[in-house]
Design a protein around this ligand. Sequence first.
Ligand code: GAR
Length: 216
Amino acid sequence: MARLKAGVLISGRGSNLQALIDACAVPGFPAEIALVIANKADAYGLQRAQQANIPSAVISHRDYPDKQRFEQAIDAAFRDAGVGLVCLAGFMRLLSPWFVDRWYDRLINIHPSLLPAFKGLDTHARALAAGVRIAGCTVHLVRSAVDEGPIIAQAAVPVLPGDDETALAARILESEHRLYPLALRLFAEDRLQVVEGRVEIRGMIAAGPALINPPA
Ligand code: GAR
């Protein structure tokens, strides 16, 4: 079967992009990355794409008179590359309803919290301030409202005594790197179906035991 062509939108470091690149490099993985677009020329993720010989482009919002024109350029580039799924990986611009509609159910995002908790920015600081014992990350289909949309997959990690934002973010990021490739694989294998606003996964096996924190 032909591999799904994924497009990735980034704004910076691109460690999630790297996780997707690494997953796609494994023989038999059902997706490939056809194009990486950054809205910033200095996004480190662009170097990751170049190192992996993946086509990349800079499409900066600064070069367009308005958001629609900026998004039209991104849309056209992904379509020209034959992209069937767009993955947001640390893309820090809000996409308009126009773009979200054009890629409806073919646009996914990773967010560093267990949604619907802690949408938006400063998620780690807010999770720490709330005193949660378990944090994590979510991959979801994108809808117009920020960090909303049917949930595909989640990973949970403990919040440990003494955690600061940096420590918690690093622990969550590690789980993001495992979760995003999994979600991409499920999408590429055509195992996701949205039913009444929720994602059903064909052939899903039961998860392991509860993560309990504190453990005893
Ligand atoms: C990741 O933690 C991702 O979940 C987050 O930005 C980071 C990007 O890191 N995304 C958001 O907060 C979007 N709301 P990366 O560039 O190394 O993948």
